[in-house]
Design a protein around this ligand. Structure first.
Ligand SMILES: *Cc1c(COP(=O)(O)O)cnc(C)c1O
Length: 505
């Protein structure tokens, strides 16, 4: 994504700062480096009269004083509002098609007992993908009927736990697992409620989707016709046939999940069309009814000013239109639809608060257009400022894992200084330890300032590590002008807790 070969159009900002040719093309010089681009921020986040960032009226300096940094700061109201907006928008769009939609919050994006309880209070269900996530759900008192269990390699213990908790659905990922679930249920003399995860050959990427006939990935049962030993049958159909034959398995329906951070509804729509066609064919061929269809998660959010997520209502209506017409074409009653948003509910609810430490500026070569009589293009160096913060890849692994882009602002104050192309980096022993690859921050950012990185609610705390023996940050929820810890940060004692000590060597 970084473009150093193409010079950017030089823009003039009010204070005459120029865009850096080192910046990627999508990153424009901000009109006002202090402004909050609202799609990236939680409801209730604004600057107060002193210019300090506040959440529901609580200033970041207070959060820093009380809880330290780095810190995940979540707006409870924002989380709840996004959860409700998915539920309401999809219910409204699908009301006349299948009586509404079951929305499963994807717990893997961020889960703790407080969040699980908010999910339940807002009328959503919860998706889990491990015994540990089931343990959180149990601790939060979530009814097993409102839980789903995913995973391509569920252990027997996890399957037993799901049956202990009387889970509403186990999403079976393979023929092998289907047989194990059936066997375990049979030994227990119980019936397992099962959905089959299919791979429809639709892969959504942020701005487009690709369709492939064959699947070469660990998840799911392929819908392609010639992928199994039994000639002609797809793995998906073999699983339907097997599930139908097991007396201890109740086959609820089909599931797919086509990707993540998707903005356009086309990919979801194509997957829905493929699964409905398959569902109708299976119902006829095996004389069964498959009452449920889960279209997965993956709805995108704004990490930077160029990300343009659609409101849930727009996606819901586009998907509903496709489900309605496909069911009519197939002459079937629509199955009950469910979806599994994770990032789109929790991602924007949270920002990470960091304290700035070491600063340095390097000069980097970039070709710039020069007058022909001066010899055409020539290399000139431009400054890039490295702004080190007190966390890094241990609290946000997404830039390292996925080259993910983020944004950042100076949170403890406003500044009139010129914007300077900056790179926010962590404190780990890795040069790839980048939090925000490219962002314009005021030139006068200094040690002790607080920075806020928005959109860190999903897959940041969840993926956090203790690399370099850093303590994982806590998570605070702010509501009605007060902040409370929902997950406390680790202490040095926590870090040493599992070390068995010299005496045991
Ligand atoms: C990860 C995942 C989700 C949630 O994805 P988001 O991008 O967070 O919405 C939903 N369903 C399944 C099966 C997943 O693996």
């Amino acid at each position: 994504m970084i473009s150093v070969s193409e010079p950017n159009t030089v823009q003039q900002s009010p204070n005459n700062a120029a865009a850096s040719p080192l910046a990627p093309e999508w990153l424009t010089l901000p009109e006002d480096v202090n402004a909050l681009h609202s799609p990236m921020w939680a409801e209730g986040v604004r600057r107060n009269d002193d210019g300090e960032l506040t959440v529901d009226g609580v200033p970041v300096s207070e959060l820093k004083a009380q809880f330290g940094t780095p810190l995940f700061v979540m707006s409870e109201g924002d989380f709840r509002a996004r959860a409700r907006s998915f539920k309401d928008a999809f219910d409204a769009a699908f009301e006349d098609i299948c009586g509404g939609v079951d929305v499963y919050y994807a717990g893997k994006s961020f889960l703790c007992t407080a969040v699980a309880s908010w999910v339940a209070e807002e009328g959503l269900r919860l998706d889990t993908c491990s015994g540990g996530e089931l343990a959180v759900a149990a601790r939060a008192g979530i009814d097993g009927a409102n839980l789903g269990l995913h995973g391509n390699n569920k252990s027997d213990a996890e399957i037993n736990r799901a049956l202990d908790m009387k889970l509403g659905r186990i999403v079976v990922d393979s023929l092998d697992e289907l047989e194990r679930v059936a066997k375990i249920a049979s030994v227990r003399g119980e019936t397992a409620k099962v959905m089959l995860r299919l791979t429809p050959g639709v892969h959504a990427h942020t701005h487009e989707f690709i369709a492939t006939a064959h699947e070469d990935q660990k998840f799911g049962l392929s819908m392609a016709g010639d992928t199994t030993e039994s000639a002609g049958l797809s793995a998906a159909e073999e699983a339907v046939a097997a599930a139908t034959s097991y007396s201890n398995v109740e086959l609820l329906g089909l599931h797919c999940h086509i990707g993540s951070q998707i903005f356009e509804p086309d990919g979801f729509a194509l997957a829905a069309v493929k699964l409905l066609g398959f569902l109708a064919a299976m119902q006829t061929k095996y004389s069964i009814v498959l009452p449920e269809l889960d279209l997965g998660g993956g709805y995108g959010i704004a990490y930077t000013p160029v990300d343009t997520p659609r409101p849930p209502a727009e996606i819901a209506q586009a998907m509903a239109a496709v489900v309605r017409s496909k069911c009519a074409e197939l002459g079937i009653t629509s199955p009950r639809i469910s979806i599994e948003p994770g990032r789109a509910i929790v991602g924007t609810s949270t920002f990470t608060l960091y304290e700035v430490g070491t600063l340095k500026t390097v000069r980097v070569d970039a070709p710039v257009a020069a007058p022909v009589d001066a010899g055409g293009n020539q290399n000139v160096t431009f400054p890039r400022r490295y702004v080190s913060v007190d966390g890094g890849m241990s609290d946000n692994a997404r830039p390292v894992l996925y080259d993910a882009d983020y944004s950042a602002i100076l949170a403890s104050r406003t500044s009139d200084a010129a914007p300077q192309l900056s790179r926010v980096v962590g404190k780990h022993c890795e040069s790839g330890d980048i939090v925000v690859r490219d962002v314009y921050l005021p030139e006068d950012v200094a040690a002790g300032d607080l920075l806020a990185v928005p959109g860190t609610g999903a897959y940041c705390w969840a993926l956090s590590s203790n690399y370099n023996y850093l303590a994982r940050p806590g998570v605070v929820a702010v509501r009605n002008g007060s902040a409370r810890l929902i997950v406390r940060g680790e202490t040095e004692e926590d870090l040493l807790n599992r070390d068995m000590g010299v005496a045991n060597v």
